[in-house]
Write a protein that binds this ligand. Sequence first.
Ligand SMILES: Cc1cc2nc3c(=O)[nH]c(=O)nc-3n(C[C@H](O)[C@H](O)[C@H](O)COP(=O)(O)OP(=O)(O)OC[C@H]3O[C@@H](n4cnc5c(N)ncnc54)[C@H](O)[C@@H]3O)c2cc1C
Length: 595
Amino acid sequence: MPTYKAPVDDTLFLMNDVFHLERYGNLPGFSEASPDVVEAVLREAGKFAEEVLTPLNRVGDRQGCTRQADGSVTTPAGFKDAFKQMVEGGWIGISVPTEFGGQDLPATLTVAVNEMFCSANMAFAMYPGLTQGAIAALLVHASPELKAKFLPKMVEGAWTGTMNLTEPHCGTDLGLLRTKAVKQADGSYKITGTKIFISAGEHDLADNIIHLVLARIEGAPAGVKGISLFVVPKVLVKDDGSLGARNGVSCGSIEEKMGIHANSTCVMNYDGATGWLIGEENRGLNAMFVMMNEARLGVGVQGLALSEVAYQNAAIYAKERLQGRALTGAKFPDKAADPIIVHPDVRRTLMTIRAFNEAGRALVLWTALKGDVAHRSDDQKERQGADDYMGLLTPVVKGVLTDKGFANTVMAQQMFGGHGYIAEHGMEQFVRDARIPMIYEGANGIQALDLVGRKLPKDGGRAVMTFFNEVGSYIKEKSADDKMKPYVTPLGGALGHLQQATMWFMQNAMAKPDNAGAGATDYMHLFGLVVLGYMWCRIAEAALAKSGNGAEATMKAKLVTARFFMERMLPETATHLARITVGAGSTMELPEEAF
Ligand SMILES: Cc1cc2nc3c(=O)[nH]c(=O)nc-3n(C[C@H](O)[C@H](O)[C@H](O)COP(=O)(O)OP(=O)(O)OC[C@H]3O[C@@H](n4cnc5c(N)ncnc54)[C@H](O)[C@@H]3O)c2cc1C
């Protein structure tokens, strides 16, 4: 059985020593997040993840969800009780405003907690995770009446949320969407259509399920400009807040799938279901983007979370499994063989995953921190800067952390040899579960296109220029410090590659968009390496400052891992640049019929 130890100390190091959460005390909710409160929250979350969610991960995978003859869905044994404990712990609403029953603590804290829950049991964590996304969209776009009706129960966890975009013929291209909305005399709408692949669409964990549904109002324009967003509860809610009749929405079937068996993936049938408009007519994508951006960060966290738990188990196994002798001579001559951790190739694998995880954690926390500034600061300029940053980095966090997260679960599985391929050690479940974050919330190829096609040129390149300035100034400033040189010098080279790639797109992709399309995934990963490298520099700086403070071994490990990243992972930026600058030529040359 796999085990999991929540990375509470590492998260605290990042929050306190690297990002200095205390410097954000002027933002609402941050003064309440004193270091001891943050530590208490993280330790409690870690305990819940380790003791309650981890043991259910295997059970959930084995049992999966079951659709009953009446259309209800039963979650695996133990899930109901664990969800009850999640509700009692108030975990869903830790960053939601107090007026809706939340605790208004920084969203950065929610992201840290969610990493632990996802590592422990990703399929379980999706139920509250989707609810958090739906809450975010309702908070920004719903009318005061709808907020009052739905939010408190969702924040409490008595009701959960979903997002309904996908239809059988309509995935990436939402302009094809057909679900119909017809306005009623009382201002509500009747929603009719079929949605597929709806995560947590039906289950037995909560009394009500609040679906956020994209649909086209009768007579609306074709394409994405005619899409509106609606809130459609499974059970109608009376004016006094109590539950009324069943709405016209039901689960037609659940998918049998590769992983996350414990999360129900549903076909949802809307048969004249009553819904209410959220935001403006035909501006549904705009409203749904709030949920999608939140969810994309959350999905990036899933990639990191699975990479972390897979790494932990691979590291334990590598210290136990005895095979062969160290190349430099027996390290444990009293044993029949040395543990495989003595072998450089095993080390290379473990170090690669570790170097990704520690910087990846920094990246999601830093991105979430920017999100907190964007949502909570009263300084317009500060909000805009942080919002630019979030927009730019969201596809990178989603695409890179999930591509690498999956690759890392495979590498961790490899550490077990044949014992990783069989089910006993649970490593193959991590691989199966880690596959879906690359696909949903916009497949990763689409994230790359979003970065190159939308985020780079947006506002005349303001966001990317700000990013270049920030990283460039940091490198310049720290280059004067000999101790920081081993980290900032390689980062300077990598940043140069990213700038060259950006310039190349500006000069070669306007007239030939295929050049942008063919290079987008490489650009996203090049960007990812640079931002992870930047995170490693920030971590190294904090580790150097802390080294003499009784944390020598941990901080030394940070510095070694930072060096490994710089020496062995960051150089890949040159390959990405080379691939980008050859353009679309050989990629697009063959005619369609040649495939
Ligand atoms: C387990 C699971 C859970 C899900 N949960 C939800 C949910 O809760 N709510 C929801 O609404 N949906 C959900 N989805 C749906 C998911 O978001 C979609 O599968 C995803 O958006 C891709 O759509 P598609 O499957 O139709 O693929 P398609 O859009 O058909 O894409 C197929 C491939 O073509 C590529 N492609 C498509 N268009 C382009 C383009 N213009 N340029 C380059 N490449 C392109 C894509 O990257 C992809 O690799 C879920 C899916 C699964 C499997």
